[in-house]
Design a protein around this ligand. Structure first.
Ligand code: AMP
Length: 502
């Protein structure tokens, strides 16, 4: 294998539909993917970019931005997508850290980027181009004059295809270097694992600045030469309307809870679907159960992260277990260890390590940090706490940094959250540790009540006492209307700790 694009290249010859709009009309064919990405690749080469240069992209989701992404792959450039929510101070950091040779931004951020780059020595002004949500912008000026063929840059498996800054909720973001080989390994494995077949049609409503929407969803559809109904964002009504046309839907857990909240969503909506997947955050067991009850479909939960792509999945055929992220994918090795580095057995909780061709090579310009995150035998420390049952199914218990140590005992938030989430009158919960004079940290439950529920603190505490060891019982229960989440649906526990830590 060379350039990952060579995997997709064969597919583009078919000339079948690539992108469909919400009305079912063809926006682009696979032939367009080939020719339009070639035009962009020629444009980038014309701007003087050479293999290994970083192209930073902070734009709204559009078909043109997808073509730009494929153009970067073809030209051997390093694609560096940024969440559209990032603000000035964060952008300053990313620019300083990655030294992009080109920035493509929304027209209304051009001034901002110009002013940041004015102060940064490594960016020249002419290297800022624009692209809006309708696919219009300076990067497209006279694009039709560019040649519509391109000789793809030969790449080694280890050559970096993309840098994605981890969406870590604390600490300085780190740029994960993802290679052509990592992308190839994950795309081909998932394609088999999830049984992609001719005729599949993907409904795509995820952002494309993240692993989930860009690498998992888009790559799998392209590898399958499948049409994609490409939506700018998730909207429960719109998804309910369009699902009958699709056979595959990939979402974050909040997508599923919102679909279930729509009374029009049900069995008939899902009549043509063969695969629902969920990931990026834990899928609550009651969402898993309720979804099965309402639609007859079982969501396939999988687990991955920016640094590794996907690591595990519940099986397509065979038992899908609620509250677990399934089994390691073919070629991926998962190990759970204790603080002394000893490999743990079934039902013991420890740190999850992963190794495989999907695992990134390190953090951009952070060799020390990279060394710390890999073990001597080449495993990556995910930072997630996990345990494995007798059949090998893995459950993610929480992030290591969210572990609560109270009176010298370890409390894994997920274990307590699961008990509260099952209670009648509770929608969802988050368990955090707050500073406590006596215990060091006090287990604290932040709870969202279901509509119309008046469940109170003593009821929850009483239930916890009757279910869990005493040290795991919340010392305090606080009620909120919603839990703060980032764009990938992850609960931001740092925000809760700040809000309630006073
Ligand atoms: P990111 O790098 O933004 O994709 O975040 C990766 C993190 O999301 C992982 O390290 C996990 O903590 C979490 N995560 C991803 N998928 C799942 C899942 N299915 N269940 C629980 N946590 C998940």
């Amino acid at each position: 294998m060379s350039n990952i694009y060579s995997l997709f290249h064969e597919r583009t010859k078919s000339g079948t539909d690539f992108i469909l709009d919400a009305g079912g009309d063809t926006v682009a064919t696979y032939m367009d993917l080939e020719t339009r990405s070639a035009r962009y690749a020629n444009r980038l080469a014309g701007l003087g970019l050479v293999k290994g240069d970083r192209v930073m992209v902070q734009v709204e989701k559009s078909v043109e931005s997808l073509f730009l992404y494929f153009a970067c792959l073809r030209a051997g450039l390093i694609y560096l997508p940024l969440n559209t929510a990032y603000q000035r101070s964060e952008l300053e950091y990313f620019i300083d850290n990655s030294s992009p040779m080109l920035i493509v931004c929304a027209p209304n951020s051009e001034m901002l980027f110009t002013s940041i780059c004015g102060a940064a020595a490594n960016i020249k002004k002419f290297d800022i181009q624009t692209l809006d949500g309708d696919g219009e912008g300076s990067i497209n000026n006279n694009l039709g004059h560019e040649v519509d063929t391109f000789t793809d840059q030969p790449c080694d498996k280890r050559d970096i295809a993309a840098i994605l800054y981890t969406s870590g909720t604390t600490g300085q973001p780190k740029g994960a270097m993802i290679s052509h080989g990592n992308l190839e390994a994950n795309a081909t494995t998932l394609h088999k694992t999830w049984g992609f077949t001719p005729g599949d049609l993907l409904l795509h409503a995820l952002p494309i600045f993240h692993v989930h929407g860009l690498f998992v969803a888009t790559h799998l559809a392209v590898l399958n030469a499948s049409p994609i109904i490409f939506l700018p964002k998730f909207d429960a009504m719109e998804i309910t309307r369009l699902l009958p046309d699709a056979s595959v839907y990939m979402g974050v857990p909040t997508n599923y809870t919102r679909l279930l909240a729509n009374p029009e969503f049900g069995t008939d909506t899902c009549r043509n679907i063969r695969l629902f997947t969920a990931g990026s955050a834990p899928l609550l067991p009651h969402t898993f159960d309720e979804f099965r009850r309402r639609t007859g479909h079982t969501i396939v939960e999988r687990y991955g992260m920016t640094e590794t792509g996907m690591n595990t999945s519940n099986p397509l055929e065979g038992v899908k277990k609620a509250g677990t992220v399934g089994l390691p994918l073919k070629g991926v090795s998962c190990k759970i260890i204790d603080s002394a580095g000893k490999t743990l057995g079934a039902n013991e909780t420890g740190t999850l390590l992963v190794k495989g061709p999907n695992v990134f090579s390190g953090y951009w310009q952070l060799p020390e940090k990279t060394r710390e995150e890999f073990t001597d035998d080449g495993y990556f420390r995910t930072g997630d706490l996990a345990c494995r049952d007798e059949e090998g199914y893995i459950s993610i218990v929480g992030r290591g940094k969210d572990l609560i140590i109270t009176g010298g005992f370890n409390v894994y938030p997920r274990e307590v959250e699961k008990v509260i989430d099952k209670m009648h009158g509770v929608d969802e919960s988050a368990i955090i540790g707050l500073p406590h004079g006596d215990y060091g940290e006090a287990v604290t439950a932040i709870v969202v009540r279901s509509e119309g529920s008046d469940i109170d603190e003593p009821t929850i505490i009483q239930h916890l006492k009757s279910t869990l060891a005493n040290f795991k019982v919340a010392k305090q229960v606080l009620f909120v209307d919603t839990l703060p989440r980032n764009t990938m649906g992850k609960v931001q526990k740092n925000v809760l700790r700040e809000q309630f830590g006073q």
